[in-house]
Write a protein of this length. Structure first.
Lengths: 489, 345
């Protein structure tokens, strides 16, 4: 019981004391809170000033960044745009560069001027010397007029002015036309339409063009390394090489080396090798001449280039002759000519500038066989139906070397008539000796658009009126105007 | 008899068809074949394609790129190309047309989907403003075609390559993009130094460089000390004068602030003559020119003569990779050029 009483007294005492103690605690708390509030206000002010300072700094930094910093990681395209703007003086409209860009829509125009001085120490003209070589006689016969061309006058000569227009026609064709103008006449040399979009390495062309046979045949005269043609081309194909109207198909085989095949059908109007007269002789429709060729080139690396070619041409050939010299043709022959050709070219690209050290070795062999029947003979009709056979050949070998920048020298050996035999309709056989010529050349090309050339040669010809040895001499000047295209191999 | 003949023709035709089909199948299995006209373009193509392509160059860097000769092996290279890349601006005008025409590939002709003119996006210099004629020498109407010695142009050409390749071979587009980015990073680091490239990014640096604000920006940011690479190597040579043989160095001199006092050629493509050389010597003395710079394929007698009459030194350096000590890739070439010029100037 006393324990219970004690508890009650303590409880009452606590109950009485409690309000006094609580009042003391509240006072302490109030004081603490006030001090905290003051501290907080001070801190807040500190933060605000610091924040303001930071904001000011940031603003300052920001404005500087806006003034000097690059745009956030520019794209590659924008760099390309900057490079375009930085390009020196982009051409203003109407300037030359601009008008040249416009002109690209028009054909490229190129003009070759080719003029030379010629002389020889023979009493004869060059035309006479060439047409007199035994076995390679003029198929037109004697007494016909208008075929004195091909000869060089002693003195100044203008070979021709060669005008060439060329352009891509549309995505499928390109075309070019070459007109050769001399001081007497203008002649259409080439007019070609060529495909550019055929697949599988195929190409077709049509028009009037140089046959792809051999090596020199399709080269224009300004591409030659000597002033004149080699004798085998001149005597077996004539002054203009094999140039005719027709079509050509060619194919580059998909092989690791170059194998290029060509097949051509021509009208057959070459005056020297594949002549068609029609008049007084059987009429034959074109194509009268078929040509096939192939060009092989191994895939040589480094500075070497080599190409080997073989050609075959076969076509109608007709001749009319004036046997008694009265100015009227009196016997007429009809048949075929066949031409076989082999060619090789090796090129070495030298180490020096402007062609120094460049070497070109080149050679071609041509063999022609004429199988003709006497169609009509007004003076000796009994020979009608008899056969006439002519077999002639010839080759040239040449080398050209760039011994200094822009300077070249070259040597050429020509021989024709190694085979030079046949028989006439009357059965009379002939076998003539060969003619030959040695040529040396020196040329200087100030730029790729101009060239000065000196050439001398020594000929030993077997002529109708006796053998003749003689010297020939040329000084040639050639320039190219306009957009002159790059040359092939 | 007639039947036999027909059979024989049929047989021949079948054999050719088989050859063609085999060729076609072989072509599909091979890597992308890229043919470039110059070794510098080949180096850029290799950088973009990595091991996805087989890259060959027509020129091996030993010869003046203006005067190569078309030959059958070049035609074959073009014929078998999946992509033809040229420097353009008429650099190859003397030999490219017969190659592309001889290849018989319409898609390889200018404007075709597999023909890339790498100069399309580049910065061009010496664009003629007045009428031009051949009396002025080899002046190119589209501008000076030796553009690859400016590193920004190599970068833009690599970009053009990657874009075209991605269009032709979309399956590899990501690889081309990754290779391009890696190449750009290497080139930028070589140009400006790796520290700056890491800090600011290559594109930003080039953007500042192309607008002429790089130096001012670096100075303001206090970053000048971090400039490295070719830019830093030649910084102290800015304004230094040199004489060159052909106008084939102007992109390099323009980028690094060097000054071309004269060319040994009186006109582009015309070899130096005595009268012009006297004039060049006078200019060299007046301007204190220390270096005559020319490529290995040009004759050095005129340079030696001019050097002997002044205190200048003849520096024979390649301006294309490959070739004579030109380095096997583009960055090595630029390293070599910058090092030798920094030593000599």
């Amino acid at each position: 019981m006393p324990r219970l009483l004690f508890s009650l007294v303590v409880a009452a005492g606590v109950a009485l004391m409690a309000p006094v103690a609580m009042a003391d605690q509240a006072e302490d708390l109030r004081r603490e809170m006030d001090s905290l509030r003051q501290q907080m206000q001070a801190m807040q002010q500190g933060y605000e000033t610091r924040l303001q300072q930071m904001q000011q700094k940031l603003d300052a930094l920001g404005s500087k960044a806006a003034a000097a910093a690059p745009p956030a990681s520019p794209s590659r395209e924008s760099l390309a745009k900057l490079a375009g703007q930085g390009s020196a003086a982009p051409p203003p409209e109407g300037s030359t560069a601009w008008s040249q860009a416009v002109q690209k829509l028009n054909p490229d125009l190129s003009v070759i001027l080719d003029t030379f001085y010629y002389n020889n120490d023979s009493k004869e003209s060059s035309a006479h010397l060439l047409s007199g070589i035994k076995g390679f006689g003029d198929p037109h016969g004697h007494g016909e007029e208008g075929h004195t061309h091909g000869g060089n006058d002693k003195g100044f000569n203008l070979r021709h002015v060669e005008l060439q227009l060329s352009a891509q026609v549309d995505p499928y064709f390109k075309g070019w036309a070459t007109v050769a103008v001399d001081d007497e006449q203008a002649e259409l040399e080439e007019a070609v339409i060529q495909t550019t979009a055929l697949p599988y390495g195929l190409r077709l062309q049509a028009g009037k063009f140089f046959s792809g046979l051999g090596r020199l045949n399709s080269q224009h005269s300004h591409e030659w390394d000597f002033v004149d043609q080699p004798l085998n081309y001149r005597l077996l194909l004539g002054e203009h090489n094999l140039l005719d109207k027709g079509v050509q198909a060619s194919w580059l085989a998909p092989l690791p080396f170059q194998l290029l095949f060509g097949l051509e059908a021509f009208q057959g109007d070459n005056e020297t090798a594949f002549q068609y007269l029609g008049e007084d002789l059987p009429e034959k429709d074109g194509p009268r001449l078929w040509v096939g060729w192939l060009k092989y080139a191994p895939n040589l690396g480094g500075r070497h280039g080599l190409q080997l070619g073989a050609s075959l041409a076969r076509g109608v050939h007709q001749e009319a002759h004036d046997g008694d010299g009265d100015g009227v043709n009196d016997h007429f022959l009809d048949g075929h000519s066949t031409l076989y050709g082999l060619d090789a070219v090796y090129k070495f690209k030298g180490h020096g500038p402007h062609g120094q050290g460049d070497l070109v070795l080149q050679g071609e062999y041509l063999y022609r066989r004429k199988d003709l029947d006497l169609y009509r003979h007004d003076l000796r009709p009994e020979l009608t139906g008899n056969e006439r056979l002519d077999k002639q050949d010839g080759f040239y070998l040449q080398g050209v070397y760039g011994f200094l920048p822009r300077w070249r020298t070259g040597l050429r050996w020509d021989q024709v008539g190694l085979i030079n035999e046949g028989h006439s309709p009357s059965g009379a056989a002939y076998d003539y000796d060969a003619s030959n010529r040695f040529t040396a050349m020196l040329d200087f090309s100030p730029t790729e658009f101009s060239r000065i050339r000196v050439q001398g040669s020594r000929g030993s010809y077997v002529l109708d009126d006796g053998d003749q040895d003689f010297w020939e001499f040329f000084v040639q000047l050639q320039v190219a105007l306009g957009t002159h295209g790059a040359h092939k191999f | 008899m007639r039947g036999k003949l027909t059979m024989r023709w049929l047989f021949v035709a079948l054999i050719w068809a088989a050859v063609l089909a085999a060729g076609g199948a072989a072509a599909q299995a091979q890597p992308i074949r890229i043919v470039t006209t110059t070794p510098d373009l080949a180096s850029l193509a290799r950088a973009v394609t990595g091991d996805l392509a087989q890259v060959t160059s027509i020129s091996d860097g030993h010869d003046d790129p203006h005067f190569l000769q078309a030959k059958p092996s070049y035609v074959l290279a073009a014929r078998d190309a999946d992509l033809w890349v040229r420097a353009g601006m008429e650099l190859e005008v003397g030999w490219e047309p017969p190659l592309l025409s001889g290849a018989r590939r319409p898609d390889l002709l200018p404007g075709g989907p597999r023909h890339l003119d790498a100069s399309e996006k580049v910065l061009k210099l010496d664009i003629p403003t007045g009428p031009i004629s051949r009396d002025m020498g080899d002046v190119h109407p589209l501008g000076n075609p030796h553009w690859w010695l400016d590193p920004i142009n190599a970068r833009l050409a690599a970009y053009a390559l990657a874009q075209r390749l991605a269009r032709l071979h979309p399956a590899n587009a990501q690889a081309f993009e990754a290779n391009l980015t890696a190449f750009e990073h290497r080139l930028d680091a070589a140009m400006f130094g790796p520290a700056l490239v890491d800090k600011l990014g290559g594109n930003s640096l080039w953007s500042l460089e192309l607008t002429g604000k790089l130096d001012a920006f670096l100075a303001e940011e206090g970053l000048d000390s971090q400039l490295g690479g070719w830019k830093a190597r030649l910084a102290s040579k800015r304004g230094a004068a040199l004489v060159i043989y052909h106008k084939s160095w102007v992109y390099l001199t323009n980028r690094f602030g060097l000054r071309v006092a004269a060319e040994l050629e009186p006109k582009p493509g015309i070899p130096p003559g005595a009268g012009h050389l006297t004039q060049v010597v006078r200019i060299m003395r007046e301007q204190g020119v220390k270096v005559i710079l020319l490529e290995p394929y040009y004759p050095r007698n005129a340079a030696d003569l001019a050097a002997s009459q002044t205190s200048a030194r003849v520096l024979v350096l390649p301006n294309t990779c490959g070739g004579l000590a030109g380095g096997q890739d583009y960055l090595a070439l630029l390293n070599l050029l910058v090092d030798r010029l920094a030593e000599a100037l």
